[in-house]
Design a protein around this ligand. Structure first.
Ligand code: FPP
Length: 237
């Protein structure tokens, strides 16, 4: 084997992968189905990819499921996405069985009350799971997260001179989670769309034309292999 070809055990797995699950609507349109059908298949894909990340030893997976801007979509579409969350969170037995820990990023204040209860219960029920931690970003916006952090910092009484980058990181939604090393966006879009804008400062980006419902574990493997070939310098040489 050539020295540049790392095998599975030698390769460097990103500790934290973040994914923008994009392209559900276009996937459905191509099949003359309602957009909601794309979200249903997209949510199944999320479960498959989370299980796979857990299996290969990824520690953190963050998925962008619903942004602060997504409320502008038709009510039927928003309701369907909320129902898909409900279905997933009601089955915490399955999540715990996989040894997956579930957490959330985003502003819970804007979410339906019953879902907030399910979110709290899922976090509580899975808190001792030691495998993958999956962060589901719902009612999430990167700028909104920073605005929250700034409000918290001001309310905590820290003086302006004391504020460092670490102060800001410590006031984000998940201060204990390392920044994502790899951010994946399928569906042929090349934007961050207000996702993890602070945490993405040194992330590697990986794009693909595949629509999220068609995304496969092979695509994920390709993203990880490409990540392995990159030379991360963090501003150094
Ligand atoms: C973006 O594709 C996708 C969303 C806004 C919703 C993603 C939500 C899910 C996959 C369900 C999540 C469920 C769980 C349990 C985490 P788009 O609709 O913008 O696609 P388009 O750009 O092709 O229209």
């Amino acid at each position: 084997m050539g020295i540049f070809k790392k095998n599975r055990t030698e390769r460097n797995l990103p500790r934290h992968i973040a994914i923008i699950m994009d392209g559900n609507g276009r996937w459905a349109k191509k099949r003359a189905l309602p957009r909601t059908a794309g979200h249903l298949v997209g949510s199944k894909k999320f479960k498959e990819i989370a299980k796979y990340c857990n299996k290969i030893g990824i520690q953190y997976l963050t998925v962008y499921a619903f942004s602060t801007e997504n409320w502008r979509r038709p009510k039927e579409e928003v309701d369907t996405i909320m129902d898909l969350f409900r279905d997933y969170l009601k089955d915490t037995y399955d999540i715990r069985n996989e040894n997956i820990r579930v957490r959330f990023l985003g502003d819970r204040k804007g979410m339906p009350d019953d879902l907030v209860e399910l979110m709290n219960a899922a976090e509580q029920d899975s808190k001792d799971c030691t495998g993958l931690t999956v962060f589901i970003a719902v009612n999430y916006g990167g700028r909104d997260e920073l605005a929250h952090a700034v409000r918290d910092i001001v309310n905590s009484g820290i003086s302006a001179q004391e504020i460092t980058e670490d102060t800001i990181s410590a006031h984000l939604y998940a201060p204990d989670c390392p920044d994502p090393e790899l951010i994946i966006r399928p569906s042929g879009e090349y934007r961050l769309s207000n996702f993890l804008i602070w945490q993405a400062a040194y992330s590697e980006f990986w794009y693909s034309d595949v629509l999220w419902p068609d995304f496969s574990t092979k695509d994920l493997e390709k993203a990880i292999d490409d990540f392995n070939r990159r030379n991360r310098r963090f501003g150094g040489v």
